[in-house]
Design a protein around this ligand. Sequence first.
Ligand code: ASP
Length: 432
Amino acid sequence: MNITTKILIWMTAGLTVGSLINNFAYNNIIIQNYFVDGLFHVAGSVFINLLKMLVVPLVTFSLLCGVCGIGDISKLGRIGIKAFFLFLLSTALAISLAILVAVNIAPGKSFNFSQGMPDSFTVPETPPITQVFIDLVPSNPVTAFAEGNMLQIIFFTILFAISLLMIGERGRPLIEGAERINDVMMKIVNVVMSIAPYGVFALMAKTFAEQGIGLIMPMIGYFGVVVAVLFCHAMGTLMLLLKFLGRISPVKFLKKMRTAQIFAFSTASSNATIPVTLRTVEKRMGVDNSTAAFIVPFGATINMDGTAIMQGVATVFIANVYGIEIGVTGYLTVIGMSVLASIGTAGVPGVGLIMLAMVFNQIGLPVEGIALIMGVDRLLDMIRTAVNVTGDAVVTAIVAQSENSLSMTVFNDPTAGTLESVHLPHQDAAQH
Ligand code: ASP
């Protein structure tokens, strides 16, 4: 049985166990203490930590090898600019579609506050957009690496790699060393992925034990519109971009994307999914390391189509609930703000709500309104993260294709890069 099927089975099992607990054992202290807050919580958190543990070293060494592999600074610049504009384009398309659909369906028009208003929403601190540009350059790279600040890590690593190329022959051993470490890191990704079914089970069981479907009912209008637009964007807009800009088959692409999407869904974090996305685009789709190592972490930080969709629908919904007219200029501001906000915030769980607060502040909608949609946000976060990660991979594939860095042989091979079973060294020795 391949790993994706196995993860899917365990994911469904986790979802079922979680929902059963939520419905029948929500007040059972033993189940709550020993399973939900015990076993599931520990196993799920360990799994997320295992993924996060790989992100910084994997991105660093992979990018180092990538830049040294390109060896041509102008090509690197071209890849960066293409990816950046495609990220902006896909996010702008995503939020425009969201606003268009939401304005027409008008969720929240007949919303009644007695349907469930949580207490309050504390407005988070939001950094000014100028700070985003200043923060691109780390004042201390050690802090950047320690905090996992992706844009700063990318900046420092690219500069380091370029300088490594500039010192010529003397830099060779370091480049070879980086290549070997990169191989080791990829091996660790395989090891972590092979235990993923159990990690995913624990995450699902815990989330669904806490988040009953009942929470969604009062918000079904909002929830339904967000999910529908997410689906249309992932299966429609993104696939059209892939087909027409990249001349790549969406069906094959989607098949290969499944594992990364499941990881994104269960972790609700594009950042934690980077190792799997990187592995998927390189080993399963045939994007060369130089392109993938740069665009994937870049996208995980600055590209959030799914999050932008949630923001578009949430804006219309809250405006309807409070009976506030936003107008065309207001909506255009929302589009601009969401695109900018997605650049400045990292792909971690729940960040979408912080970005939403920035947008609401800008257009004068009541930020307390966010409290209304918080209850269903966890589930939406999971779904939109899968869309965010799909967007990252779509742009990576399009740019790679335009640079002749996509191996069609690998892309067309359905078995390419499927996870081989992990052997411990003594098992290998015994087999030889
Ligand atoms: N969790 C999302 C991500 O990591 C961001 C968000 O929408 O909150 O991509």
